[in-house]
Design a protein around this ligand. Structure first.
Ligand code: CA
Length: 274
């Protein structure tokens, strides 16, 4: 967002304030930047609405950061310093079947399972915990630079967001960056990418602060379609503590897409609708 504002500021600055700016060169600079905003490969995003196909209880004490299904069970990672935990949740009742609390110096973020290991990020601590998905006990730690937000997997790599428009593919053994994807929405960088879910050959993402799911082409970074989820949590269920929409989990057992939010009392099963 800041980058976009800076670009606007740059394009609207008087010519005299721009270094080396005189007549014809200014035209070239502006043209170059305009072209950069709309690459030839830009695709128009297809907009969908949502239709509810299920509704479940969700722990209002969970500041949802990661959500996924593994071997038929729903897993959730919850953030905030002093509240961070990993959970295995009974979908039908919302009951927490198993819970592992983390030290108050850690703020847990996104999580996923790859090759029988549960990976969970931290926000600013630069640590990815590697845990046993059955016991939730820690087995190892991996280190990285920068912030950790969302995490998912395509079955080969870990796929991670950091709140920017960048998604990075990482080696699950070393956490080294294998590939970086710049995500674009109608040709514009899309920042604030948050919780992630890979399914059907695409990366789905929450966008922090918006009730919107975006579907990203992992080859080009272009958003292909989105689902407008505005109003999914009825206003009578919102409290002062109710936070943003976050958490996407695809359940291969029923083909369902499950979504929730931070400190939300509900988890919803949805499908795309016109
Ligand atoms: Ca997820």
């Amino acid at each position: 967002m800041k980058r976009f504002l800076l670009l606007i500021l740059f394009l609207t600055l008087p010519c005299a304030l721009l270094p080396g700016c005189a007549g014809g060169t200014r035209q070239k600079v502006e043209k170059k930047n305009i072209q950069a905003q709309k690459p030839a490969s830009a695709v128009k995003v297809i907009r969908w609405k949502y239709q509810l196909s299920g509704e479940y209880k969700h722990d209002i004490g969970a500041y949802t950061q990661g959500l996924f299904f593994y071997e038929g069970k729903l897993y959730e990672s919850a953030g905030q310093y002093g509240e961070s935990s990993l959970r295995i949740v009974e979908l039908e009742t919302g009951k927490v079947l198993k819970r592992k609390n983390f030290d108050r110096k850690y703020f847990l973020e996104g999580a996923c399972v790859l090759d029988g290991l549960l990976y969970v990020l931290t926000w600013k601590e630069g640590i990815c915990f590697v845990c046993d998905p059955a016991t939730l006990e820690q087995k190892a730690q991996l280190r990285y630079r920068g912030e950790g937000w969302g995490l998912t997997t395509d079955g080969k790599s870990l796929i991670m967001s950091d709140g920017s428009d960048r998604i990075r593919y990482r080696d699950p053994n070393t956490f080294a960056v294998e590939r970086e994807l710049s995500v674009r929405y109608n040709g514009q960088p899309l920042e604030w990418l948050n919780e992630l879910e890979y399914f059907g050959g695409h990366i789905w993402a929450n966008v922090y602060g918006l009730e919107l799911l975006v579907c990203i082409d992992p080859e080009t970074g272009n958003v292909l379609e989105d689902i407008d989820c505005r109003g999914i949590l009825p206003s009578n269920l919102k409290k002062p503590t109710t936070d943003v929409f976050n958490g996407i989990a695809y359940n291969p057992a029923d083909g369902g897409l499950y979504v929730t939010g931070k400190y939300w009392p509900k988890l919803f099963r949805i499908r795309k609708a016109k």
